[in-house]
Design a protein around this ligand. Sequence first.
Ligand code: MG
Length: 341
Amino acid sequence: MRLSFRPYPLQLRHTFTVATCSRSATPDVLVELYHEGFVGYGEASMPPYLGESIESVCDFLRKTDLSAFTDPFRTEEILAYIDAIAPGNCAAKASVDIALHDLQGKLLGKPLYEMWGLTADFDLPTTYTIGIDTPEAVVQKVREVEGRFRRLKIKVGVPGDHEMVQAIRSVTDLPLTVDANQGWTDPQKALDEIQWLASQGCIMVEQPLPKQNLRDHAWLTARSPLPIVADESVQRLPDVQRIADSFSGINIKLMKCTGLNEARKMIGEAKRLGLKVMLGCMTETSCAVSAAAQLASEADFADLDGNLLISNDPFEGMQIVDGNIRLNALPGIGLRVKQEK
Ligand code: MG
């Protein structure tokens, strides 16, 4: 197998603000994996807070030599080699994992969900994320997507978030999920906020407190009227058991966990431990989003809107139909390359 890659900066439709940062572009690297006339597509997306960059991903991929692997179906062996190249580098590792799985599906002529014995016949709404903004801008963003989504996700944990929620409630009664991105520090105050948010039609809360505060999260989860889902507190497979007593569920993102192979193991572990499963994403093209969506039949919550937040998606893949995730029957992760203009 042979790998090629190129930087592909993602342009965001709106400047995106969460409790910890604000940005208008996301660095990204597109990967192609060739074998016997087939090509698998992969992607590394690097939001600034995870410590990877175009340079670090390209450095990692330059060290990656898959020429010795002649059987693309030796998944564990190939990905163990990738994981051992260097610690960290989770998005870089995910780009190879996604390309490898896409290639496998294409070699077999089957979508991944079918290869894994999963189904495309499910109803799972994805949330559409509204970043932190002025009440007027938030109303504008909600109106822009009116009728296309069944759930919205909002970012809270900053001053003025009540006004933002009330502004959204002035234009829609859709269920809301809430992401505090570690923005609250006092568990009692977080509980008060969550109770207020529940009264406003919120149905789930992501990462209310700083990621290392597992004991405070356990206290909060025991009292919260809404499920509390770990995002920043959970990255890879060993984290699932470590945080299991502190949260109601986990947010699995391919860029955090090194890709589909580990994501599938995390889903198994979460179900074994009685945790809810959320599939999330970064701002990504349809490549990584469609890869994650192959697992959607196994999830309780989905936030797979990263491709909708960018204006230069080079692919078409998973679609949102009536607010629900719809997988196509194309092999691998189900991508079509858009015609270059
Ligand atoms: Mg989150």
